[in-house]
Design a protein around this ligand. Structure first.
Ligand code: CA
Length: 222
């Protein structure tokens, strides 16, 4: 994990650096807004700690530029300006947290940890397919939507698997019938609709299994 600290007071800069390094983070510091912004742009950072009253480019300006270019990058403001207006401005410009000076190092470290956890991508592995809110565990044959985990019947599992592999595509009933049920099924059968209904009941509305009129079904990508 790499953290950029933009802070002009050398005492605080060193204090924050030592604290973060003791937690195992890689830390680079910048002492003014110009350096901070150019380092922030050129590097691959997991988080930025940003002072507001900076020589060169003002911290709020740095934040604004940075957030426009890297909206996913968490920026924690660390500032002596603890007034509500400045705080709100910081959040409006994209900061994810705001710590007023003077501050306790432990609090800074705790807040940094929270932001890094939040920003971490979901764990990927070969046994999981996911799209939008739906996660399908291939080994356990379970679906998860948000915090709710559901066991699936064999047919439900295969239907959901098919929708996930073809996420965003409209898949006709005929194709689902052929691919999931096999060609020996009566094409006039409503088993697909029944199974989709059951899946929707089990997974809830967040799963976004859409009916496309006269065409088939589609699992929305988000
Ligand atoms: Ca300052």
């Amino acid at each position: 994990m790499r953290i950029l600290v933009i802070e002009d007071e050398s005492r605080i800069q060193a204090f924050v650096r030592r604290g973060l390094e003791a937690e195992g983070y890689g830390v680079v510091t910048a002492g003014d807004g110009y350096d901070g912004l150019s380092l922030a742009r050129s590097g691959d950072w997991d988080l930025v700690v940003l002072d507001l009253l900076l020589p060169g480019v003002n911290g709020l300006r740095v934040l604004q530029e940075l957030h426009r270019e890297h909206p996913q990058l968490p920026v924690v403001i660390l500032s002596a300006r603890g007034d509500l207006r400045t705080k709100l401005k910081g959040f409006e410009l994209g900061a994810c947290d705001y710590i007023a000076k003077p501050f306790a190092l432990d609090e800074l470290l705790a807040r940094v940890r929270v932001q890094l956890r939040r920003a971490a991508p979901p764990e990927e592995d070969d046994h999981v397919l996911h799209a939008g809110h739906v996660v399908l565990d291939l080994a356990r044959r379970q679906a998860r939507v948000g915090a709710v985990v559901t066991d699936l019947s064999d047919r439900e599992f295969r239907l959901l698997h098919h929708l996930l592999v073809h996420v965003g595509e409209v898949i006709s009933r005929e194709r689902l019938l052929a691919d999931v049920w096999g060609y020996d099924f009566d094409p006039g059968s409503n088993v697909v609709d029944v199974c989709v209904r059951r899946l929707r009941q089990k997974l809830g509305p967040d799963a976004h299994i859409e009916t496309v009129r006269h065409a088939g079904y589609r699992l929305a990508a988000a």
